[in-house]
Structures are given as C-alpha cells and as structure tokens.
Design a protein around this ligand. Sequence first.
Ligand code: ARG
Length: 315
Amino acid sequence: MDSSRFDRRAFADTDHAAASPPSPAATLLMCEPAHFGVTYAINPWMDPAGWARDDHALAAAARREWTAYRRMLERLGAAIELIPAAPGLPDLVFTANAALVLDRTALLARFRHPERQGEEAHVAAMFRALQARGIVDHVFALPEGVVLEGAGDCVWDATRQLFWMGHGPRSSLAAREAVKEIFGVDVVALELADPRFYHMDTALSALPSGEVMYVPGAFTAAGRAALHERVAPALRIELGADDAARLAANTVAIGDTLVMSACSRRLRGELRERGYRVATTSLAAFQRSGGSAFCLTLRLDRKSARGEMRRTEAA
Ligand code: ARG
C-alpha cells in the first residue's frame, strides 16, 4: 500500500523532546469482546455446542476477564488502542492475528480460514486510521496467495533481533520471504506439529532477558533443532504439559512483568528466580477459543535495534 519506507519528517514530528509526557511501557492494540463467542471450530480448543449451552454466562465472563486484563496492562504502564468490535467477527478480539508490526511498519494479516477472513477489511481500515494518526508510518499487504496470521505466528525476539515464525496449521512458509523483505530482519521458520499449538504464540515466547519459553512437543524435531541452535541451554525454558495446556507460553511482557492467564507454582518459581514478576489474571473464557494473554494484544511500538538507530539519526 505504501512504498516510501523511511520518512524522516514523520519521525521528527513525533519527537517533541523535553515537553512530551513519558512514553508508555508498551502500546497495545486490543478489541473489546462485545461480539466474542465460540461459534465455529477452527482449532481443537473450540467447541461451539459447548459454548452455546452456556453462552450468556460465558460471554459475560469473557467481558469481565477482558476488562480485568486490560486494567492490569494499564496499571503496568501500557497504553491501549482499541479496534472497534464487529458483529459476526468473534475472533477479532485476538488482535495479535491482525497484523505484524515492527519499526512503525505494519504488514496486514491474511487468514487461512474463511471464518476469519472477514476481519481483514476491518483491520485494514483500522491501520489506515493508525497511519493517519501517525502511530504507524507504513502499511503493507502480503503477496497474493500467501497466508500469515500476524504476530500470532511471528513472535519478535528482541535479544536475537529475529522473528520466530510458525507455519503449517495457519501461516504459509512463503510468508517468511515477505517478512524478511519488509522488515529487513532474520526470520526463523519453525513448523508447528501439534494441532493444539496452531499459532507460534501458543507455543513460544521470547522473554525480555533472552530466555525462550516454549512447548517442546509443539515443534517437529527439525524445528526443535533450529531452536536449540540459536538458544543456549541456560536460556531455554521448556514448558511441561500442565503449563502448555494453560497456554502459559501465551504471555505478554511489560517491563519485567510477565502477564499470563495461569501457571504452575514450579514455573512461577523458575521465572521469579530469573528476575521476572509473574502476574496472572484468568482468561479462561478466551481459552475456549484457543487464545490467551498474548493473542488478545498486538504491540504497535516494537522497535528493532536498526529501527531504533534510524530513529535516533533522524531526530
Ligand atoms: N479462535 C481463534 C483462532 O483459532 C483463536 C486465535 C488465538 N490467537 C492467537 N494468536 N493464538 O484463530
């Protein structure tokens, strides 16, 4: 949609030096669960009949959980941008899937399943609005025929300056080239092998101090080998079956606090030892759709080291 990649004026305009208020710890795109529900099944967590039996109570629980989660993120210093909810698009709440954003550049998602393809136009309109407001500079679309379900399948690793990309159940391997070209960073593509962990963010999280927390069984042997090649043993946190099933890998880091729906005492202890605070807030209603904390957010303010450098030079 846009090809002038480096717009110096746009960078300079956002830098009002001393007078500006402190910037938020993170800027996150979220979507209120006004139309959330489990009305179809595109992953093994989803049981539309089970949801329908209790839909009013579950929808109310989802609204309560989402509101508590949003407040927790705000207390931790995050700023929240909202994409309007839309009837008939129950999974729009999982904004991690809307796009991939790095260095003020967005690559809009394309969905595998028709059930979610209706979100694409809605998300494109939102990003045009974010561009008009100067929150992102550039908005790109994927090449024809290539599927990539946003940050849900492309997890940024700030320590290694690369994306961990999941492919197979949802995103196509061909998306790797598009991501490399648009963002100019390395992309390590790992094939996802367990239908319960159908997006990369359900299986892997790159923590701020360099650890990679992951579900070993979610990957093929080749995928695990590729991961081991890049992550030293001391920095690997392997999730047990219990934490994997709670979607503990689906966590959002705000500073040194890791926000997640739930985790075992053992995992909490290990994360504390490594210097993190763990904040839990139940997102059980969303787990019925196969999603949790990370899925419900999309970070709009991620910078790569190169992006940070360009920004300093431009200022
Ligand atoms: N029901 C949604 C789907 O199957 C859940 C998406 C969760 N999002 C995520 N980034 N893992 O597409």
